[in-house]
Ligand binder design. Sequence first.
Ligand SMILES: *Cc1c(COP(=O)(O)O)cnc(C)c1O
Length: 497
Amino acid sequence: MNYNSTRNSSVEKTSKHAIANGISKEGGLFVPCEVPKLTLKQIEDMSKQNYRTIAKTVLSKFLTDFTADEIEACVNSAYTSKKFESDDIAPLHRLNGTASVLELWHGPTCAFKDMALQILPHLMMTSAKSVLDNKKIVILVATSGDTGKAALEGFRDVEGTSIMVFYPEDGVSKVQKLQMNTQEGENVSVCGINGNFDHAQSGVKAIFTDPAMIEKLAENNMIFSSANSINWGRLVPQVVYYVASYCRLIKNGEIKAGDKVNFVVPTGNFGNILAGYYAKMMGIPVNKLICASNSNNVLTDFINNGTYDKNRKFFTTISPSMDILISSNLERLIYELCGKDDKTVSDLMQKLAADGKYTVSDDVLSKIKESFVGGCCTDEQTLITIKETFEKYNYLCDTHTAVAVKVYSDYYNTTGDTTKTVIVSTASPYKFAGDVLSAVKSDADANDEFEVIDILEKISGTCAPKQLKSLKEKEVRFAKTCEKEDMKKVVLEGLNI
Ligand SMILES: *Cc1c(COP(=O)(O)O)cnc(C)c1O
């Protein structure tokens, strides 16, 4: 099975090409020509299997040019009990009679990006061997916090790769910054930029498609690739946990194979929730995909009225990984819903680049509404939700997850929909400990993030992940910042070319 580009349907590339290159030449994103299907019988059989086995089945359906041995090796290197604190990999925590929380943060960096970024380097190196004849892969990442650290952890010291991460200097939490600036590894570098996440992301995109930069790398036997969620190798591992959590609900007797479920997803770049949509296209019975946003509610408006308009105030919130006004992966959804019409997608994306907005047809909007519900909440509501969830269920959730909990609760109260629901939890509460603590105990007195973690452990009776607790002993290796205009220079200097 091959992959088209969202901006040129006549492009047909293997999954190895799509993963090694990240983005198509004309700027489109790679999408599968045809989404493989799972039968109910297969789903039922998978409900008796562990995460790794389910991952192998799902990945091999999409990555048909990988051999079974290659898939096996990639999965077995990524989802180990050494790297993931829970052997379940993605445990499901039952909250009440209808809702369960899918915890995607038991990996090395305590956030859901690990689910994809632990396996992506292996998928990429396997691909590079076949399609890039020994070129060195240069990974550029724009991050609003969690991607950067997760990518650094995934790629560190992976032979034949070099990774550079740009983050908005004032748009990430203290712990996130410390996690990145203390990163170990010989092939890594990290740089803050004076700008927001969208600046970092546009800067990286511009470097990727700059002919002079591409030429310069080629002269040095190097090639750019992306570990951002536009890379198909990021998206496809995320389909796995939608399938796996559905299977787990069957195993736990909460549903029967064939029953529909809702997924609530705290959303930024639209990568996570799009993976849920691919799971639905594969045959997982999904009622609604509920797209939860913070005050940067560009997606809520889009789902409700069909106009995507990024011309609005940008908010720096307490759920910073969702502080995004251009959700890159939406392009893939629109491509799927407008009948794979590359011309329509190209036009809309051109409008977005020129005017900062576009409107989809009524037909596309009604298809969006068939599958998606959009909701949003403020920081204040997020904090109240953390407190209430802790008091009611003795469950501590992080700020991003709390946005999803709140949007779900609004959805439940307005629709009365009692369909079993999976709330996707994207970060450990300890990763955003300051805000989480202020929500559950407003008079707590702590001098730094590490004291906050200690207090939170006492209050909740849970243990903080050791990789966060040990951060304070680590040496800061990177303290550089640059202007967004200077990103190209930083890249060339970093590569010594
Ligand atoms: C990245 C991230 C999100 C948003 O995921 P998208 O795939 O960009 O929609 C939500 N929560 C956390 C903690 C994240 O790191």
